[in-house]
Ligand binder design. Structure first.
Ligand code: PMP
Length: 515
């Protein structure tokens, strides 16, 4: 028998093919299976394990995509010649499909994957350009640190330490600090979520929430539905996990749910990732009717919805839309939130809300990954968030962002050439501009930098790296007068680009050096 003693678990949620791949890797790590060794024909192993042949083939494909095995046409599947580069656990969590193949040299180390291949290198260029003296950056989607209530938070830190002492500096619970969980439960119930005990997990920023969810649900090659455009950090993560991205377009009212419905008739994605409120990058908010239809369509197809509500607390206009997770049709919605957009993204405090078994699974993954999020920060934040001063500061922060958005919208209106379109967010930190006359945002960028303004090209938010005629502008961390100047500079760059295009004598502005 090849996998002697392997007892497949059919009810613990780990797909059979992954259990088989793990068992094969365990054989390799104990030395019972040698590098270069041939795996049995899939038909034989399937018979041995009492599964169908496709399941074994999927396990082999997983090993091949992670670089742990090689398929040779007509000969079979062989364990890779070099020593194993990733453990079974790492394979489960971090497949190597999206990046450099396992075993490829990286300063001598056999890196399992290359996250740089998942991230877009343009982000680094943008941050360098943004740091140039005199350049106004409308590219980064971060809140303004000048608005952070440092002193009140410092008092809460001290109070937390005074009251809870050394226990806040000891290892803590993976699920989260009791006081912070209590605050989150009360806060989220006020936002309409019906949360039972054990349904919240504190995470180190919603990015970690997304990572844990991705690792729990996505194997290499699995399909994942994303909005087009969507949050670039989610795209990078899904790419790193080896997901096959299925884009769903957005129209003037947000995600095109009927398009999604058609897609779900053909595909069986592992999850639908959506940002229904103050979407990043477009700033759009999905209507109540579309929310209900989205849940209906995904519920009928049995596909979990991952709701990213990162910007949901940052509403400064319009009536509040209930999160998807608060709607009666919300079965199996996995909800993520964060403090990062209001203030203190450096604290890395976010949360995931889901059914108990899902939370248990994510909690176990978090325990393995980083044990827990710092209790001191959670305890201090719980105090701060429930203080009266926090409510006042949140209102002030929202008022400031609203003023910045207003200046951005007004300046776009005043300065942009006819044919330019943009979204009008009721909250969040960004909006999206559609350039006139088929202009390409990538071509425009060097000219804009030349004029002294930086934006994020639409391509960075597109699963298929399309969206070349679009760009994202953010107003979070720039004062009103700079927003006005920045947008006017952008408008000047657009006009130059259009004139060049019309006269056929486009002067190509080369990208500034990377300093
Ligand atoms: N989701 C969205 C839509 C975001 O814009 C961001 C931050 N840019 C995140 C998740 C991650 O935020 P954090 O990890 O700080 O909570």
């Amino acid at each position: 028998m090849f996998l002697d003693g392997l007892r497949l678990r059919r009810d613990d949620g780990v797909p059979l093919h992954r259990q088989i791949a793990d068992a094969i890797l365990a054989e390799v790590s104990t030395g019972r299976l040698q590098p270069g060794g041939r795996l049995p024909a899939s038909r034989d192993l399937a018979r041995e394990l009492g599964v169908n042949r496709g399941t074994v083939q999927k396990a082999y494909d997983l090993l091949v995509s992670a670089g742990e095995a090689r398929a040779r046409v007509g000969q079979g599947t062989f364990i890779s010649g070099s020593p194993p580069a990733v453990s079974a656990a790492a394979l489960r969590g971090r497949p190597g499909r999206a990046g450099t193949a396992v075993g490829s040299p990286g300063g001598g180390l056999p890196f399992a994957f290359d996250p740089r291949a998942a991230e877009d290198p343009d982000w680094q260029r943008l941050s360098r350009w943004s740091a140039r003296p005199g350049v106004i950056s409308l590219a980064g989607g971060v809140p303004d640190a000048r608005l952070f209530p440092v002193e009140p938070f410092q008092e809460c830190l001290n109070a937390a330490l005074d009251e809870e002492g050394a226990s806040l500096l000891q290892y803590g619970a993976s699920r989260g600090h009791a006081g912070f969980l209590g605050f989150l439960g009360r806060h989220l119930r006020r936002r309409g979520l019906s949360i039972g005990p054990g349904q919240i997990l504190v995470v180190s920023g919603s990015q970690q929430g997304l990572d844990l969810i991705g690792r729990a649900l996505i194997a290499p090659g699995d399909a994942v539905v994303v909005e087009d455009p969507t949050y670039s950090g989610a795209l990078a993560l899904f790419r790193m996990l080896g997901a096959r991205l299925l884009p769903v377009p957005m129209d003037d009212d947000g995600l095109d749910v009927e398009h999604l419905s058609g897609l779900l008739a053909r595909e069986r994605p592992r999850l639908v990732y959506t940002i229904p409120t103050f979407h990043n990058p477009t700033g759009q908010t999905l209507s109540r009717a579309r929310r209900a239809r989205l849940l209906e369509v995904c519920g009928a197809a049995g596909v979990p919805v991952v709701e990213d509500d990162s910007d949901g607390e940052l509403r400064f206009e319009g009536s509040e839309q209930p999160p998807l997770a608060a709607l009666p049709q919300a079965h199996g919605v996995i909800y993520m939130g964060t403090f990062s957009k209001l203030f203190f993204p450096g604290l890395r405090l976010g949360w995931v809300v889901a059914d108990g078994p899902v939370i248990q699974r994510l909690e176990a993954t978090k325990r393995v990954t980083d044990l827990h999020t710092p209790p001191l920060l959670q305890a201090a934040m719980a105090r701060f968030a429930e203080s009266e001063v926090c409510g006042v500061i949140c209102d002030e922060v929202r008022t400031r962002y609203r003023a910045r958005r207003d200046v951005m919208l007004a300046t776009l209106e005043e300065t942009m050439p006819e044919g330019t379109r943009w979204t009008r967010p009721d909250g969040g930190l960004s909006l999206m501009v559609d350039l006139p006359g088929g202009l390409d945002a990538g071509d425009l960028l060097p000219r804009a930098v030349d004029e002294g303004v930086v934006f994020a090209p639409g391509r960075l938010f597109s699963p298929g790296r399309t969206g070349s005629h679009r760009l994202r502008l953010t107003y979070g961390s720039v004062e009103e007068d700079e927003i006005a100047t920045g947008v006017s500079r952008l408008a000047a760059a657009v006009r130059h680009e259009m004139q060049g295009q019309a006269s056929g004598s486009r002067t190509v502005v080369s990208a500034p050096p990377l300093v």
